[in-house]
Design a protein around this ligand. Sequence first.
Ligand code: PGA
Length: 250
Amino acid sequence: MRRPMVAGNWKMHGTRASVAALIKGLGKQALPGGVDVAVFPPGVYIDQAIKGLQDKKVAVGAQNCAVEQKQGALTGEVSPEQFADVGCKLVLVGHSERRQMGETNEMLNRKFAVAQAAGLVPVLCVGETLEQRQAGETLEVVGQQLGSIIEAFGVEVFAKAVIAYEPVWAIGTGLTATPQQAQDVHAAIRAQLAAKDPEVAKGVRLLYGGSVKAANAVELFGMPDIDGGLVGGASLDADEFGAICRAAGN
Ligand code: PGA
C-alpha cells in the first residue's frame, strides 16, 4: 500500500503575519496519521514554517532550487544543500509555472539530480496545456516530461521521488480534471515506469494537482492510481487544507 501524501504549494503568497496565521490554523487541524503532509512556502518563510510546524509533523519543502547542489557563486539562487541545511525535506521540480518561465527538461533533469544528491525528495511536476489536451497530445507530453528523467538517470531514481500530475488548464482556474481524466493519466505514468521496473512503479506516489478542494478531493483520491494531491489555492486556507488531508486518509 502506498502512503498517501497531500502537499500544499503556497506559491508566492504570504507575509510574515499571514504565514503565522496559517501555521496557527494548521496547528488546530486534526491531521490523519496515515497521510504524509507537506507544505511549500515561499523561501523567505521556510524557516518560520519549519519552526511553527515541527510539532505537527508537517514536512516543509522548497518550491524550486538551483541547478547546482552545493553553495557557490550563483546570485539569487538557493541550492538544494542549503534548503536541506535549514530543514527542508522536499523540493518541487518543474512546476508548470516555472516551465512556462523557460525551464527546460534539461534544466529540470539537473535540478532533480542535485536535489536527490542533497538528500531532498524531488516532487516532479508534469502536465499538459489546454491546447495539447485538445490536440490529443496529453500522454505524449507527460510521457516526454517523465521520460526525460528516466532516460537521464534510470527509473530507479523514482524510488526516492514523488510525481505530481498537474494539467496546466486546471491550475488556479477552478477547472478540475474529472477523476477519470486524472486516473487515465496517472495510470499511463505508472505504466511508463512499470515498463522499466514494476516494483518502482508500484511504490511511487502519484499526486494529482489542479484546483483540488475539499469538495472534490474524496472522489479524486479514491481513484486507484491517485495517491494524494498537490494543492495550490486551497492550501492557503487551513480548514480547507485540513479537510483535504483528511480526505486522503479515508
Ligand atoms: P491550484 O494549484 O490548486 O491553485 O490549482 C495547484 C498547483 O499549482 O500546484
